[in-house]
Design a protein around this ligand. Structure first.
Ligand SMILES: [Zn+2]
Length: 311
């Protein structure tokens, strides 16, 4: 019951590959990553207004937030490098100023692959110090049997922080905060304070089971904690940008939080009975949730395996 190859290519996201755990042999891991990157070349970019000048570019890897203005554009995440042409066109549609600042929400390549060209276009790259470390050194994502070489020098963040940071640009105050390990150990949130738009990176997959990257520090309990933190920060009218999926709000995020908690509890109870991961998968602990959350990036089996690993 894995998603189709066609759907996988259409979605063009790192998370999609998680559904291929176990069928990686069909394509080989290097091929999966190469296919995802290649999908960026033909990706169509949708520009969705969030609030007060903040827009979201959707279609190439993770969601890219943009705040244009006289100081130069501020961007959050850079998508696939192969989408440079379409992303440039979308950015030009938002104003003539060049990119000035690029913030990476975490190290994953569907969020940082465009770093090098955006830096060449004059953007300074800001990220958590762990993102710099991981982009500077070889990385492995075991769930995909995938290896990543160090990124080129121009793609490495040059402004880093450990706990929090803030910056002021285009009449907006932007606050950056590191999460305790959740999706990875590099995750940060980006809050446009005046607009009250909160980009939460891959701590939230809106409408889909999330991928959790245990290889680089992620775990299910961290995802739940990060989601609770996001709920605590968001007000009733906060616009929340997920790493993947449509823009949402506190109510939709609360539904995701309940799903994470419920699946975690079910899987933990079964594991505590001494059941193997295969036995737990066979019991379909996500059964009640698959119709709502299992239709896109990752199916119930893949998510069950990720939760099992962390409880
Ligand atoms: Zn990610």
């Amino acid at each position: 019951m894995y998603i189709s190859r066609r759907k996988f290519l259409e979605r063009g996201s790192l998370a999609v590959a998680a559904s291929w755990v176990g069928v990686g042999k069909l394509f080989g891991q290097a091929d999966v990553i190469a296919q995802m990157r290649a999908s960026g070349a033909t990706a169509k970019i949708a520009v969705v207004p969030a609030r007060r000048g903040v827009s979201v570019l959707m279609g190439s890897g993770g969601n890219i937030a943009v705040l244009p203005g006289k100081d130069g554009k501020l961007l959050v995440d850079s998508g696939f490098s192969t989408s440079k042409t379409q992303i440039t066109e979308a950015l030009n549609g938002l104003g003539a100023e060049p990119p000035k600042t690029l913030i990476d929400t975490h190290w994953h390549f569907d969020h940082t692959d465009g770093n090098e060209w955006m830096h060449a276009a004059r953007a300074t790259i800001v990220a958590h110090e762990n993102t710099k470390k991981r982009l500077s050194t070889p990385q492995v994502i075991a769930a995909f049997h995938a290896s990543f070489p160090p990124s080129p020098a121009g793609a490495i963040p040059t402004v880093v922080f450990s706990d929090s940071d803030s910056l002021q640009t285009n009449g907006e105050r932007i606050e950056l905060k590191h999460y305790a390990p959740a999706h990875t150990d590099t995750d940060i949130s980006v809050h446009f304070v005046n607009a009250d738009v909160l980009h939460v990176g891959d701590t939230w997959f809106n409408g889909f089971y999330p991928f959790i990257d245990y290889s680089t520090g992620g775990n299910i309990d961290g995802m739940i904690a990060a989601t609770k933190l996001n709920l605590g920060r968001a007000g009733a009218t906060t616009v929340i940008i997920p790493g993947h999926g449509p823009i949402g709000d506190r109510m939709v995020l609360a539904e995701y939080a309940s799903m994470l908690q419920a699946v975690r509890e079910k899987v933990a109870a079964l594991k505590q009975q001494g059941k193997s991961v295969e036995a737990v998968v066979a019991e379909k602990p996500t059964g009640a949730f698959d119709a709502r959350w299992g239709g896109g990036f990752m199916n119930g089996e893949g998510f069950t395996r990720l939760v099992y690993q962390g409880v």
